[in-house]
Write a protein that binds this ligand. Structure first.
Ligand SMILES: Nc1ncnc2c1ncn2[C@@H]1O[C@H](COP(=O)(O)OP(=O)(O)OP(=O)(O)O)[C@@H](O)[C@H]1O
Ligand SMILES: [Mg+2]
Length: 222
């Protein structure tokens, strides 16, 4: 079944509030966007694994039935050499699973120790590997970012100019300051009546706005 959306159609992201038990670090006062436009894919449209690609543009859709699927995807992404020098945006409503994907990605890249959520700090730095294999990673969460002066004061411009992997949750909260992402990873909870709240299936949509991202996306195709 064709899974592409036409240009201008909404992805349905943020279309429903999350009611799952989620340590959302005080984000739950957030009121998501209004009702969706009716263009969302339903679980019935999808089957396990790759469900469709857009012939007109580079994009990929996957269904995740559990966190194991998220982990598998993270391992495939981590195995692409190009991810070591990339900027990836994570989109999706509260509790969609953005931090979870980042954690699996960081583990797969070799980050050791506790992986904190950057919600209060806005950015958490990480490192993996040693010597020539050393990789620097910055995990941003712009949910509480509301002072544009912080962009310069906190040195975010320098971080984005540095070699390494940059990941950003809630990039729309720092719109106008961020560079073009190599990949946009949109995670959406699927309305699947058979799912328990905690284990709700997700749809991942991957979009590649840059040529570097397009090369990454090709590497993610099965
Ligand atoms: N693929 C998945 N399958 C099942 N549960 C998941 C999956 N991904 C995440 N979860 C669960 O959903 C909850 C919320 O995940 P997470 O914190 O990653 O969301 P988030 O998108 O980062 O939210 P926020 O916008 O608040 O930062 C967690 O309890 C996590 O275990
Ligand atoms: Mg998060």
């Amino acid at each position: 079944m064709e899974a592409c959306l036409e240009p201008g159609q909404k992805t349905g992201l943020g279309a429903r509030q999350v009611h799952i038990a989620h340590a959302n670090l005080g984000k739950s006062q957030f009121q998501g966007p209004g009702p969706n436009s009716g263009n969302e894919l339903t679980a019935a449209d999808l089957h396990h694994g790759i469900v469709g690609t857009c012939p007109a543009g580079p994009e990929l859709r996957l269904r995740w039935d559990s966190e194991d699927d998220t982990e598998r995807f993270a391992k495939r992404l981590a195995a692409l050499p190009g991810v070591r020098q990339a900027y990836l945006e994570l989109q999706g409503e509260l509790g969609a699973g953005k931090t979870t994907l980042v954690r699996h990605l960081l583990r797969a890249l070799g980050v050791q120790g506790r992986i904190k959520s950057p919600t209060y700090a806005v950015v958490e730095p990480h490192e993996a590997g040693h010597g020539a294999e050393r990789l620097r990673i910055w995990h941003f969460d712009f949910y509480r970012f509301n002072d544009p002066r912080e962009w310069e004061d906190a040195g975010f411009r320098d971080l984005f100019a540095s070699p390494g992997l940059k990941l950003a949750e809630w990039p729309d909260k720092a719109a106008g300051m961020l560079p073009a992402p190599d990949l946009v990873l949109q995670i959406r909870l699927l309305d699947d009546p058979s799912a328990t709240e905690a284990g709700a299936p997700r749809e991942l949509r991957v979009i590649a706005p840059t040529s570097h991202g397009q090369a990454l996306l090709e590497g993610l195709r099965p």
